[in-house]
Design a protein around this ligand. Structure first.
Ligand SMILES: C[S@@+](CC[C@H](N)C(=O)[O-])C[C@H]1O[C@@H](n2cnc3c(N)ncnc32)[C@H](O)[C@@H]1O
Length: 289
């Protein structure tokens, strides 16, 4: 009679295969995928190495493992990713929400004196909606507009708004940055594509092969989106509006200059948890013509 696979034997073998494929968190990833395939908790996987696994679960695990061996990120395989303690749906059409982007959410919240104010937020390049929806989660009277040039990304953002019961407080618009958008906003945010075009193909396979190019490629110097977007931010900024832009490594000075040239003051830079200057902020203290 063939040996019945146990959680422990499957995990050990999967971990070795993932490590050989270049995955940098092989044990964690194997645990997450085995929990998904077998429909039990991560704690059960961690705590019951001797427990047998059904042939169906073992086969389902192997199918997920094959995808991870091709370097597809776990979040794309599972179709979900936690951001700001909320579980977002993700898909091949959206950038996986990144922990570094929580710096932007925290920076905006720190700049708001009254979290119950009826603030109007606009998020340019909303993707999964993670930035806008995390802010709406913390600001109960705020409303928002999420803009993206990608229709399937907007579908994911809308679905996430529904998941968090926020559909009545936000709308999603198809378009390029602020084109066609009227009115003014109190908070203007964006995490635009900012990777230099020449760098994109050399990124880790999890990013280069599985995040949409539209979410990554920022042109020759990585700053194309900021140059296109910041004038729209200035036009749509209400008096005293707060702007926050995520930036790539080494882009904070150039983006701060662009914000200043567009009429924003109080330019500041916020580091992420790794100490990298990740978010540039500014405030519009006078009416920008
Ligand atoms: C780096 S992703 C950020 C997604 C999400 N805001 C986040 O922080 O995870 C950039 C997003 O900008 C969108 N985008 C690219 N070009 C755009 C444009 N011209 N106008 C509006 N959105 C654009 C992409 O489709 C993508 O969803």
């Amino acid at each position: 009679m063939p040996d019945v696979p146990t959680i422990g034997t499957l995990l050990t073998a999967a971990q070795a295969r993932l490590k050989s494929a270049g995955v940098d968190t092989p044990r964690l990833d194997a645990i997450l995928l085995l929990a998904e395939a077998s429909g039990v908790s991560e704690d059960h996987i961690r705590g019951r190495p001797d427990a047998p696994l059904s042939a169906e679960s073992a086969a389902a695990f192997e199918a997920l493992l094959q995808r991870r061996l091709q370097r597809e990120p776990v979040s794309k395989i599972l179709g979900r990713r936690e951001f700001w303690s909320l579980e977002f749906r993700t898909s091949p059409d959206v950038l996986d929400p990144r922990a570094d982007s929580e710096t932007l959410v925290a920076g905006v919240l720190a700049a708001i004196p009254n979290r119950n104010a009826a603030l109007r937020i606009v998020d340019f390049g909303t993707g999964s909606g993670c930035l806008l929806l995390s802010l709406l989660h913390e600001l109960p009277s705020a409303t928002g507009v999420g803009i993206d040039v990608s229709p399937p990304a907007l579908a994911v953002a809308k679905e996430n708004a529904g998941r968090f019961a926020m559909s009545s407080r936000c709308i999603f618009r198809l378009g390029s940055w602020g084109k066609g958008i009227a009115g003014t906003f109190d908070i203007l945010i964006s995490n635009p594509p900012y990777i230099e075009s020449g760098v994109v193909p050399g990124l880790e396979p999890e990013v280069a092969d599985f995040d949409p190019l539209l979410a990554l490629d920022g042109g020759a110097d990585g700053l194309d989106a900021y140059r296109a977007l910041i004038p729209d931010m200035a036009r749509l900024a209400a008096k005293d509006a707060f702007a926050a832009l995520e930036v790539g490594v080494g882009q904070d000075v150039a983006v701060g200059r662009l914000l200043g040239e567009a009429g924003f003051g109080e330019i500041a830079v916020l580091p992420d948890l790794g100490g990298i200057n990740r978010v540039v902020t500014g405030r519009k203290s006078v009416q920008i013509p």
